[in-house]
Design a protein around this ligand. Sequence first.
Ligand SMILES: [Zn+2]
Length: 244
Amino acid sequence: MKRRTFIKTASASGLACTIPPIFPSFFNADYSTEELMGKEEIELFGEGINLREEAYTSFLAMKKAAYSDGFDIKIASSYRDFYRQRGIWERKYLRFTEEDNMTPLDAIDKIIEYSTIPGTSRHHWGTDIDIIDGYPKITGDVLVTEKFEAGGPYEGLKLWMDENSVKYGFYLVYTDNPRRRGFKYEPWHYSYAPLSIPMLTAYRKLNVLKLLKKEDFFGSEHFTTGFVKTYLQDNILDINPTLL
Ligand SMILES: [Zn+2]
C-alpha cells in the first residue's frame, strides 16, 4: 500500500478536511523526537499486545480472522522503549566483547544483524510486532527463520499472513529480497503501515547522527559518522519499499 493510496482514500471520502474513516492517524502525523526514539511514554492498547490504538484495533481484526482459519497469532514482541533496547544492546555487546573476545567493531556488526541501535528501533513506535502461531508446541527459540519456512511449525501462519496481512495494514519489514541490505530476513516482523509510514517520514527528518552522538551506552563511543550513515541507509531505509 503506497502513500498515494491513502491520499486517494481520503479524497474519496469527500471534503479535504474530513477525517478519513479508515486511517485517521495518517493526517495527524506530528511526532516528537522523544516519541520517535522510544523515550516518551505513549498510550498503548491491549494486554500483551501493546500497540497504538489504531494498530491494535486492526491487529485484533486480523487475529480474529486468522483464528477462524486455524491460526492463533501470538505477539512475541511489540512495543519496546529506548531503555529496554539499550539493555538488549548492552547485554549483547558485553557478551560478544567479553565472552567471545570480539573487537568492538565486530561486536557491533554482529549485533546489528538482528538488533537495532537504541533509539533507532521500529519497535519504539507502537506500530510493529513480532508474531508466532500459538498452536504448534515447539522447543527452543521461536523467532528463527526456518520455523516460518516449508516444514516449519509456523509455515501455515506465514502463508496466511502472505495472503491476508495487507488487508489489515500489516506489512513484512525485513523481506527475503536477496538484494536488500541491513537487517536479515525476519519472517515474523510486521509493521502497521498506516501509522509507521508517516512515523518513518518524521524519523527521516531527524538528525539521527547528532542524536546518537549524545547517547552514552556500551559501544556507542565507536560509532563513526560513516558507520551511522551506512546503518541508516541499510538498516533503517533498506526495508520493504511499500513502507517507505
Ligand atoms: Zn521485530
